[in-house]
Design a protein around this ligand. Structure first.
Ligand code: ADP
Length: 365
């Protein structure tokens, strides 16, 4: 059971930066957990603490139910794959992968078995005699992963492993890594700032900001039910649209109102709306929940927007519009004809709206 548990972990660097504020989460055995968040939010610090490369200021870290705070990196049975691969340039792929085992005085025949088994998993048997200088970025990345695999760790740690690759290769490697997780059947903690990578790879995702955990959930839950405005903005492309307004009782109906919008919320399946009367809220709506016509929408509001730009994606297009000083983006089918510099109706599907308290940023509905 290679479970990893962080309990009230804090990190303050010697010169005073508080990188982590009491974070707690558990990575289950064989789970693929992705830490995601903007640069500087504390992802790498968290990973490096699990690896044993960074001292823990406060809190407890457990691997397989054993407290490892004071255990040296080599005794933790974790393997880390770094962003810059950290391969030895003068060694072949085979030598790079076997070096750590040689130091541990593992018999030659076993080293060979382990390297060949890892090479088969990664489909790199034909480049084992190449040196890193003669390899593509993707191949180097595979060797770095191979080096981690041969150590047979309990936990794999990946620190932005794809960020040095070009966009196309990154896309391919994402799929490779998902496949690799299935083959290895191992516990993985993976750091990235790229939400698409996180959503593709993670069984669960930890969204971090400023040294704190904003939400830990499955990709679908993060997308469907973001716990706060930060997660709502961070997850999903293009970014969720927001309108600021108030929840008010107007003509005996509980409504959302701002200078440009007024609509009745009483038909929406929202509980305890009355508790929020008079509160400032942010209403969030994703581009795919805005339609060009009514269709079978039950609860909607229609706004007449001014078309600014269109981005063709293939079978869909992103429609960027302006409404009363707000920029709004909708996602329509490509065959829906639009003319630049005209008005375009946006039908907002209110059944898909998200509400966040303005003051707290926390999800209300
Ligand atoms: P991320 O991986 O999310 O980009 P980091 O964990 O690298 O974030 O950094 C978190 C915070 O800690 C940042 O403010 C960063 O400047 C600071 N930090 C990271 N490493 C060190 C270090 N070795 N010494 C001092 N401060 C550091």
């Amino acid at each position: 059971m290679a479970e990893v548990r962080l309990r009230d972990i804090e990190k303050t660097y010697p010169e005073g930066t508080q990188a982590l504020k009491k974070i707690s989460f558990t990575v289950k055995d064989k789970e693929f957990v992705v830490l995601v968040g903007p640069s500087g939010c504390g992802k790498s610090t968290t990973l490096r603490m699990v690896a044993g490369l960074e001292e823990i200021t406060e809190g407890e870290l457990f691997i397989e139910n054993k407290k490892v705070n004071d255990l040296s990196p080599s005794k933790r049975q974790v393997s880390m794959v770094f962003q810059n691969y950290a391969l030895y340039p003068h060694m072949t792929a085979y030598e790079n992968m076997s070096f750590g085992l040689k130091i541990k005085k593992i018999p030659k025949s076993e080293i060979k078995d382990r390297v060949m088994a890892a090479a088969a998993i990664l489909e790199i048997e034909d480049i084992l005699d190449k040196k890193p200088g003669k390899m593509s970025g993707g191949q180097r990345q595979r060797i770095a992963i191979g080096r981690a695999i041969v150590r047979r760790p309990k936990v794999f740690l990946f620190d932005e492993p794809l960020s040095n690759l070009d966009a196309k290769l990154r896309g391919q490697m994402r799929i490779e890594l998902a496949k690799l997780h299935r083959k290895l059947d191992a516990t993985i903690i993976y750091v990235t700032h790229d939400q698409v990578e996180a959503m593709t790879l993670g069984d669960r995702i930890v969204v971090m900001n400023k040294g704190e955990i904003m939400q830990m959930a499955s990709p679908m839950e993060l997308f469907m039910k973001p716990a706060n405005k930060f997660v709502a903005e961070f997850i999903g492309t293009p970014q969720m649209n927001f309108f600021n307004g108030k929840i008010l009782e107007i003509d005996q109906k509980i409504s959302f109102k701002n200078d440009a919008l007024l609509f009745d919320l009483s038909n929406l399946k929202l509980k305890n709306l009355k508790d929020h009367l008079g509160e400032q809220v942010d209403l969030g709506i994703r581009s795919e929940d805005i339609y060009p016509h009514i269709g079978d929408l039950k609860n909607y509001t229609c706004i007449s927007t001014h078309l600014i730009a269109i981005e063709l994606l293939g079978n869909e297009k992103l429609v960027y519009s302006e409404y009363q000083g707000n920029n709004i983006v909708a996602r329509f089918r490509s065959d829906f004809e639009l003319e630049m510099n005209t008005k375009v109706n946006f039908y907002l599907n209110l059944d898909k709206a998200h509400f966040f308290g303005k003051a707290t940023g926390e999800r209300i509905y």
